[in-house]
Design a binder for this molecule. Sequence first.
Ligand SMILES: NC(=O)c1ccc[n+]([C@@H]2O[C@H](COP(=O)([O-])OP(=O)(O)OC[C@H]3O[C@@H](n4cnc5c(N)ncnc54)[C@H](OP(=O)(O)O)[C@@H]3O)[C@@H](O)[C@H]2O)c1
Length: 324
Amino acid sequence: MASAVVPEVALQHGNARPMPAVGMGTAAFPATLEKAREAVLAAFEVGYRHFDTAALYGTEAALGEAIAEATTRGLVASREEVFVTSKLWSTQCHADLVLPSLRESLRNLQMDYVDLYLIHFPISLKPGPMAFQVKREDAVPFDFEGVWRSMEEAQRLGLAKAIGVSNFTTKHLDKLLAAATILPAVNQVEMNPVWQQRTLRNYCAKKGIHVTAYSPLGGQNWAGDGNAVLKSPVLAAIAKARGKSVAQVSLRWIYEQGLTPIAKSYNKERLKHNLEIFDWELTEEDHLKISQIPQKKIVLATDVFSPDGEFTSVDLSDMEIVEE
Ligand SMILES: NC(=O)c1ccc[n+]([C@@H]2O[C@H](COP(=O)([O-])OP(=O)(O)OC[C@H]3O[C@@H](n4cnc5c(N)ncnc54)[C@H](OP(=O)(O)O)[C@@H]3O)[C@@H](O)[C@H]2O)c1
């Protein structure tokens, strides 16, 4: 199977190498080390060099093993050819826990540095074991200044080439930027034709913050209410007219917005298929039709918390991640 050539995007903040324009998502619950490792190796074979993981996913070790094996097998010359993102979970969102948490991620990954380290959610939880979902009373006020200082320290120490955030709205970014001496290189958010987030994208463009798009194919149907992207009749009509799949139309649309999709597949054919988006274009009419698709978000701040119990020291509205 021939491997695809993927364009790269230069990040405006930090010292990371350019980011390949499509990344492979590794989140799968429950995480299976062997499946994740095999999927990453398959991704290497078809041309992926950009991988997304997180402490929460339990896939860091599998990703690290696969990258080590890809290097041994000569699929890449060295780790430097790979772009790796990991994320700080909310129980570690405390100024004194950022560096220990990143060091643990690096041990899992068998690496000296990650290319990008993100704050996973604008949510801080009492320190403790990582769990999903969590008790409402475990939410505590987010120390944006203290946590970001430690993220900046991680970049200064070279443990992360660039730092950023995930699931941040403009309100959260305002708070963070007021304290930042190093700007976030990336905001990773839910983004696809069914959740387009124009306000956030405009804001990030002005600040030079690159937006990466998670759930670019509509996600993994964790809530059980279907997939609004893959089942979109508007996207299906465009796909038919272009001789492409709905998945490719969604990924191409994200790419044409100047954003970087992070798409998960553990299937080699679909991994390859998802990289075949660089030698054709959507038309202006396609863009117009996509701009009119009714909007619906999948991931909500409430998903992090179990439904019972009370928020005792923080309002849910301060952590809300919905912003069109
Ligand atoms: N920062 C955050 O809070 C956050 C939240 C969610 C996700 N993420 C990251 O973003 C990544 C991607 O998002 P996601 O996992 O939610 O979902 P996604 O990439 O939108 O969708 C993945 C689903 O689509 C299927 N798929 C892949 N390619 C396909 C194709 N060509 N045609 C049809 N179906 C296809 C996959 O199944 P198969 O594996 O069977 O192909 C999988 O079930 C995650 O893995 C994770 O790394 C981050």
